[in-house]
Write a new protein. Structure first.
Length: 225
């Protein structure tokens, strides 16, 4: 059986014939995404802080490469310490918010900045004030705990916690753009699927090509009369 080859003209003809369907699906997908992004999905705010891990401030010892390497490795230990249940429980109590430890832990991100002695802590919440207060409480409790774990160490804040003004999610423009292109691709794919399932002949040329027989006559439709 001879393989059917679709020409560029036939592709454009199919798109042209069903352009209303393409436009409708694309617009509907874009509008739905906009409605969800602006009116349904709750905005999430993120507060952040940066802590420096090093020697005591009054230490007269000079830093060397071994000290730097030691404190960089210590960042991993500190990262896990911040996420411990006892520390988070104490921080929640200090913040005066009625929160579950599990919920706080899942909203918390602790990232050691590569090749530095800096620890970045982020906390996300639907309430910007809550994000600020809870992260401050976590940071303060961690600094106290770190002093107990490494008495000659020093952890200090180098970037203070501030109340976030703009949400980090949802990314409204990105969501709408993605919905637009998805709607466009789905609608175009649907057009090609409908064309593939449509086994009727639209022109006498298609009929002659398929049957390899000449067309002797064409019956006009009412529109042609």
């Amino acid at each position: 059986m001879e393989e059917q080859v679709i020409s560029i003209e036939e592709i454009f003809e199919a798109l042209k014939k069903r352009w209303k369907m393409i436009a409708l699906i694309t617009i509907v997908a874009t509008v739905i995404s906009g409605v969800f992004s602006f009116f349904i999905i709750d905005p999430v705010y993120e507060a952040s802080t940066k802590l420096f891990v090093g020697k005591e401030e009054n230490s007269e010892e000079v830093y060397n490469s071994n000290d730097i390497a030691m404190y960089q490795k210590l960042l991993k230990t500190y990262s896990e310490t911040i996420k411990t249940r006892d520390l988070l429980t104490s921080a929640i109590k200090d913040s005066n918010y009625d929160l579950e430890v599990g919920a706080v832990s899942s909203a918390l991100t602790v990232v050691p900045v590569a090749d530095t002695q800096i620890l970045q802590i982020k906390y996300q919440s639907k309430d910007p004030k809550e994000a600020e207060i809870v992260l401050k409480a976590i940071s303060n409790n961690f600094i106290k705990t770190a002093k107990e774990l490494v008495p000659n160490g020093n952890v200090r804040t180098i970037e203070a916690v501030e109340m976030p003004e703009k949400p980090v999610s949802p990314n409204k423009k990105m969501n709408i753009a993605i919905a637009f292109f998805l709607g466009l691709m789905v609608s175009v794919g649907l057009v090609f699927l409908l064309e593939y399932l449509d086994n009727t002949y639209k022109t006498k040329e298609q009929l002659e090509k398929e049957l390899e027989l000449p067309v002797l006559g064409v019956i006009p439709t009412l529109e042609d009369l």
